[in-house]
Design a protein around this ligand. Structure first.
Ligand code: 2RA
Length: 353
């Protein structure tokens, strides 16, 4: 019979995008969809493909009869509940950071390493961090052809990676600064925000985000690296199956609401050309190539937000580095970066169970 799908975290920011994805998918392989959330949201009604579903409270019994349970909840909730779902017979597809680097948990981007889902001793499959994910479709395709050796990336991350409160903060800062003519003297953006009742001490960001860029995302790890930068390194290695891939990342927050961008400098074992790279990228069903700078055509987050594919442009052969391509990618961090990839993993599972 048709598989049963559960969504844990149905009322959160990513869960809401997930409902939107379920409602817009052409094929729908599920016999039943079960929406699960905390006690606070239980009882809420949400429409899925024209059917009004009532959100039920997270409990071990909620997973009875479930084949695949998608988790869009904070790390600590996933850490506790994904194993419970698995013990009740479901495959847990987890979008938190709780299991990504667990050797017994595959970390999957379907167009790169779909077959990894078969080896899941804990009954859990992890979805990568949105920053890593945004470049994986492109890097996976190029790696298959040219064999990736080294990766240097700078991210341009949207506020929504930090959740709804981070989006609200960016909008509040933009309103407070509009028409003030600031950004012309050191500290004037910060002091204007303070005067408007928006001190940085209340912000999810460590500096003003409006009219600014902030070279920080995540938490502080050893030797000055941020958690986000280490995720890019560790997760890229695991997904691509290159344990000794050389990676250096600088993660930066920019005043964009949704859609992460990355400037990628990728060195390969084999000779590369822009023409060959274009052909490879154009052939990928989940990539849109927009690369015509003479016509001012390249991806920007404002033009990509809300879209499912990864957009790639500015593909260049590095002038001073052999076998190296530089390019720019934009991907909606709430769709492919989070909900969509999780849902695609569930679809692959549905076809195989
Ligand atoms: C961020 N990657 O953009 C994180 C969210 N998981 O903040």
């Amino acid at each position: 019979s048709a598989p049963v799908l559960a969504l844990v975290g149905a009322t959160g920011a990513v869960g809401t995008v997930m409902i939107d994805i379920m409602n817009s998918r052409s094929a729908f392989p599920w016999g039943e969809v079960r929406l699960i959330a905390s006690a606070r949201s239980a009882g809420k009604k949400i429409s899925v493909r024209g059917q009004e579903l009532t959100v039920i409270e997270l409990s071990p019994e909620a997973f009875d009869g479930v084949d695949i349970a998608m988790f869009d909840v904070p790390d600590e909730i996933s850490a506790e509940w994904a194993p419970i779902a698995a013990s009740r017979g479901a495959v847990a597809v987890d979008n938190s950071g709780a299991f990504r680097m667990d050797a017994d948990v595959p970390l999957v981007v379907p167009e790169v390493n779909a077959d990894a889902i078969a080896d899941r001793p804990r009954g859990i499959i992890a979805n990568p961090n949105c920053t890593t994910l945004s470049m994986m479709a492109a890097l996976g395709a190029l790696h298959r052809e040219f064999e990736l050796r080294e990766l240097v990336v700078a991210s341009y991350q949207a506020a929504s990676g930090g959740g709804q409160s981070a989006i609200d903060r960016l909008y509040a800062e933009l309103s407070a600064l509009a028409g003030k003519g600031v950004g012309v003297e050191a500290g004037d953006v910060r002091s204007t925000l303070e005067a408007a009742g928006l001190p940085i001490s209340d912000s999810p960001f460590p500096a003003p985000l409006a009219l600014n860029v902030v070279p920080w995302a995540g938490s502080l790890k050893d030797d000055g690296w941020s958690s986000e930068e280490l995720k890019v390194r560790n997760e890229s290695r695991k997904i691509l199956g290159i344990p000794d891939l050389k990676v250096s990342a600088t993660c930066v927050r920019v005043p964009v609401v949704t859609t992460h961008s990355l400037a990628v400098h990728a060195t390969f074992a084999r000779e590369v050309t822009v023409e060959a790279a274009h052909k490879i990228l154009e052939a990928q069903p989940t990539i849109v190539l927009v690369d015509d700078p003479a016509a001012k055509r390249f991806p920007t987050p404002a033009d990509v937000v809300g879209e499912d594919p990864t957009y790639v442009g500015r593909v260049r052969q590095a002038l001073d580095f052999p076998n190296t391509l530089d390019f720019f990618v934009c991907g909606d961090n709430l769709r492919k970066g989070a909900a969509l990839n999780t849902y695609e993993i569930a679809e692959v599972l549905a076809a195989r169970i």
